[in-house]
Design a protein around this ligand. Structure first.
Ligand code: PMP
Length: 285
């Protein structure tokens, strides 16, 4: 089905939504993006996503030529124009077309692109049986090199880890940071349950501060579950009672095996399943 794609203030059929081959988004991965979900035609935590997009842009000195309110409206409009109820939205801002040199000052016209489409979910049985993941040998970007807090168009760090995961038959892979601590997965944040307490790496571990992660922390606290943002080791993962991942596309998905080590009983844990259910209710409310 052909989508109406928003590009720089206009909606055009997807075949006509194009950018220049001189765009630094293409030439250098110089740009930022967001992935959002709509449920029943309403975008989940739209403001938080738009804020993070603008923060990512600011971190790379990219000035987005429209306001956050205008961006939010354009995202909403992309969903309604395409008649999407439950869908996935990709918002992208590139540096724009420049020369073949690196200099971002030679780029004019940042490109604002919004694509609203159907969502390709992980297979349902993975939510019921739980995922198997491996620890990748690719470490997460050093925060002083390219902060993982920036959702930039350069996802090679994560893609290399994803390739390693896929080669091992896993659709997700755990990434450690430069200190050997647990950071996150290639496109999802990680949580553990230990003695009834929910544990997740803090921002300083070098992670993208996920919007689903925030929502799950809030839901857990509402449910009376203690949550700690603390540094975690691979050993903590192996010895945890439960493990699960969170992300806009994945929502909440249990993990039952890491590096062929069974987590807890080897079945999705009760806290993970409860939070998955609570998140489902929150998004469909
Ligand atoms: N970490 C990384 C590296 C991501 O790309 C994402 C988004 N797919 C997440 C975590 C989860 O963030 P969110 O819940 O905001 O989608």
């Amino acid at each position: 089905m052909s989508r109406q794609v928003y590009i720089n203030g206009r909606f055009v059929p997807q075949e006509e939504a194009t950018v220049s081959v001189f765009d630094h988004g293409l030439l250098y991965g110089d740009g930022v993006f967001e992935g959002l979900r709509s449920y029943g035609g309403k975008v989940f935590r739209l403001e938080a996503h738009v804020r993070r997009l603008f923060e990512s842009a600011e971190a790379i000195s990219l000035e987005i030529p429209i306001s956050q309110t205008e961006m939010g409206k354009a995202i909403d409009l992309s969903v309604s124009k395409n008649g999407i109820d439950d869908g996935y939205i990709r918002a992208v801002v590139t540096r724009g077309a420049g020369t073949l040199g690196l200099d971002p000052n030679r780029c004019s016209n940042p490109q604002i692109i919004i694509i609203a489409d159907a969502i390709a979910l992980y297979p349902q049985e993975l939510y019921e049986q739980g995922l198997e993941i491996i620890t990748s040998s690719v470490i997460r970007n050093h925060p002083a090199a390219l902060s993982p807090r920036i959702k930039s168009l350069n996802y090679l760090n994560n893609i290399l880890a994803k390739i390693e995961g896929l080669e091992a038959g896993c659709i997700e892979a755990l990434m450690l940071n430069h200190k050997g601590e647990v950071a996150e997965c290639t496109g999802d944040n990680l949580f553990l349950v230990r003695n009834g307490v929910l544990l997740t790496p803090p921002s300083e571990a070098g992670i993208l501060e996920g919007i689903t992660r925030d929502a799950v922390i809030e839901l857990a606290r509402e449910a009376g579950i203690e949550v700690q943002e603390i540094a975690l080791s691979k050993q903590d993962v192996y010895e945890a009672d439960e493990c699960f991942l969170t992300g806009t596309a994945a929502e909440v998905i249990p993990v039952v095996k890491v590096d062929s080590c069974e987590i807890g009983t080897g079945k999705p844990g009760s806290v993970a399943l409860d939070l998955k259910e609570r998140f489902h209710r929150l998004t469909r409310a």
